[in-house]
Design a protein around this ligand. Sequence first.
Ligand code: ACO
Length: 429
Amino acid sequence: MNNNVKLNIENKAYELPLIEGTEGEKAIDISQLRTKTGYITSDTGYKSTGSTQSAITFLDGENGILRYRGYPIEQLAENSTFLEVAYLLIYGDLPNKEQLETFTSGITRHTLIHEDMKKFYEGYPSKAHPMGVLASMISAMSTFYPEAQKSQLNPEEVDVTIRRLIAKSATIAAWSYKKSQGLPIIYPQNRLGYCANFLHMMFALPTEEYEVNPTVVKALDVLLILHADHEQNCSASTVRMAGSSHASLYAAISAGVCALWGPLHGGANQQVIEMLEQIRNEGSDIQKMVAKAKDKNSDFRLMGFGHRVYKNFDPRAKIIKKACDDVLEELGTRDPLLDIAKELEEVALSDSYFVDRKLYPNVDFYSGILYRAIGLPTEMFTVMFSLGRLPGWIAQWKEMRDNNEPISRPRQIYVGRKERDYEPLEKRN
Ligand code: ACO
């Protein structure tokens, strides 16, 4: 490949270097563009802009490929565990037995949250959305562990912060659910694995025995693995951007949780279920919903459909769809929303509006049904996404700091008023 590209601006020629990734992805390096030409590029929403060079996740949206550190998502979902995948994302390779044991026991040791943090739960309204609780509690962790701000590049300190974040976020999330239900919080049981412990904190009651179902544990493990990273999406970019100011890892992750919350990103899984419930409540008229999604006078979109980068299929949606069928069969439950979802998918995929725009079910389309089967309430869906995405955010933050990336500071094209003089109040209309 030619290593440069020529650019002509106002009859002057400039050479810009080309970059090629290990999977053949190509980019024009414009980092010197403004210095050399006085011009910037304009790309609202970053549709054609690469913000970094990353070795964590490879995603080919045209061909439905997703790999973490080179490993296909299908193989990881089939064979791995969430904590093993977390290690892979954060440290670059699959752990050997000893590394995995050290990592796992390090996380297990940190599952308790500081007793003083428990008091925060008393201050939230009972209807507080658990994403708001999660974001603020993670941010509050920075006040309990201020050394994370001071020693950001000390590897041992970073490792402890990573373990604290992964372990305590699960406890924070489960307790936010208990509080929303007015139920007593359940302390972690460190003899249990990560997913089993989470389910125990969510569903156990002090009044009765609770047995964790291995099928549900496996399904949760798969869900978390599928959500663990997705290269430079909105929340990962937010984590990198917040962290680029050298705010602590806790602060950066809290920012990531907030970014994930929105319905166009991680919040879509909650919206999918609400949409399917609406279809059911209105007499299961799928054609009506599809027509509404196509109507340009309506704001309504088919939630769980479409993706900024997947323009063929979302490989995660395929795995989740199958997991959904398996779990419902194993648990012997039937969910009428699954039937509506399948029918909706069929109708949309044979409609030229969706076909022409390459709109396919994304990861959120079926994950909600799986969460429901596990017994998780709708408001917890995006929290589950956050727990899954946490290792990815950490890996993105770590890569950005290890590579000593500069502070993220995009430019803009100003389109506001030209300079004008201050008008005294009595002279204004
Ligand atoms: N329903 C109906 N029409 C849609 C949908 C949808 N779900 N998604 C996109 N379109 C249409 C748009 O109206 C637009 O049509 P037009 O060309 O006639 O104007 C065209 O498809 C392209 O859509 P954009 O919004 O430009 O695509 P973009 O890449 O910016 O957005 C997004 C991607 C945000 C995911 C979008 O498809 C969407 O809103 N989907 C629903 C929400 C959702 O499921 N989000 C979860 C994403 S996965 C994740 O974050 C984990």
